[in-house]
Ligand binder design. Structure first.
Ligand code: GLN
Length: 308
């Protein structure tokens, strides 16, 4: 197949861009090797192609958000999740302390306020944090098609500086959006963000979304098509935070980024893409990851608004 050579070529043309910085607010992420760069692509029928550091593990961070949102809808139904979390792009940073004016819901499930809320809905919406941790690890593993693990050093490191997420959780609690203990919720959410993945895993997770909820390798129907549509729509408008407009015009596919440097893109019926490079722009999105996705979208005509 010519695809691996093509991916290496894209990787090499983007490699020289060393702008941006590793995430500064989590010591363990700040210390990541900034030169790592991996690309992976999975078709909906499970052909997986990799280049560069696509087998290196890093933490999933906010790329967990669309999958946990999906599992919350699967568990409670869309109507009930919509009462807790909205679907409007915020135009603000991912960690903004903001709520919808009237409803007091977080604006969407891709920013931290909405993701922390979605996290609390998993495994019965109760106080059993250990059970929620296990259901989340199993749930993300089903999308990846292998058993994922937690990076305990990143978890510990982020918990040491989690003041902003604690503030968000207290804000949610004060408005009755969540009813669990804020500190326990932030611990669980941070653990969810600290799950190890590779770019290859992420490409398969994205391909599961692109494939109507069926994991291409295991054949497991992880989500129904209706849930997938909801998640991809929210990724399109909110997945890249306050850079969503730039992304949707240039790359034009549903996407999600994370502060460890991962990005996924899912093109319905076609492919899941993943990039990994730790240097971030001021929105918290991977600089070389965005560049590579722009190339892939242009070269392969992936933009959703393109008239065939
Ligand atoms: N764990 C990170 C946080 O809550 C995730 C943020 C991100 O990846 N954008 O700050």
């Amino acid at each position: 197949s010519p695809v691996p050579d093509y991916l290496s070529e894209v990787l090499h043309t983007c490699f020289g861009d060393t702008s941006g910085h590793t995430a500064g607010y989590i010591p363990e992420l700040a210390a990541a090797d900034p030169d790592l760069f991996g690309l992976a692509l999975s078709t909906v029928d499970g052909s997986v192609y990799c280049a560069g550091d696509a087998g290196v593990e890093f933490t999933i961070q906010s790329i967990s958000k669309p999958f946990i949102y999906a599992l919350a809808i699967k568990e409670h139904g869309l109507e009930s999740v919509l009462q807790k979390v909205g679907v409007e792009p915020s135009g603000e940073a991912f960690n903004e302390l903001s709520l919808e004016r009237e409803s007091k819901r977080p604006l969407n499930p891709m920013i931290n306020a909405g993701a922390i809320t979605a996290h609390t809905l998993i495994a019965g919406q109760g106080d059993d944090g250990a059970r929620r941790d296990a259901v989340i690890l199993d749930g993300l593993s089903a999308f990846a098609g292998r058993s994922l693990t937690v990076n305990e050093s990143v978890l510990g490191s982020e918990m040491g500086t989690a003041h902003r997420n604690l503030a968000i959780a207290h804000m949610l609690r004060s408005h009755g959006i969540i009813d669990q203990e804020p500190a326990e919720v932030v611990r669980g959410y941070t653990r969810q963000c600290s799950i190890n993945v590779t770019a290859r895993d992420l490409a398969l997770m994205a391909a599961t979304l692109a494939n109507g909820g069926v994991q291409p390798l295991t054949g497991e129907q992880v989500l129904t098509a209706g849930v997938v549509r909801q998640v991809l729509a929210v990724m399109t408008t909110c997945g890249m935070y306050d850079a969503a407009g730039d992304w949707v015009t240039t790359v034009g596919i549903p996407a999600k980024s994370g502060v460890a440097g991962g990005i996924i893109g899912a093109l319905p019926g076609q492919v899941g893409l993943a990039a990994f490079s730790p240097r971030l722009d001021h929105h918290g999105n991977s600089v070389r990851g965005i560049k590579a996705c722009e190339r892939l979208s242009q070269d392969m005509g992936l933009h959703l608004m393109e008239v065939p």
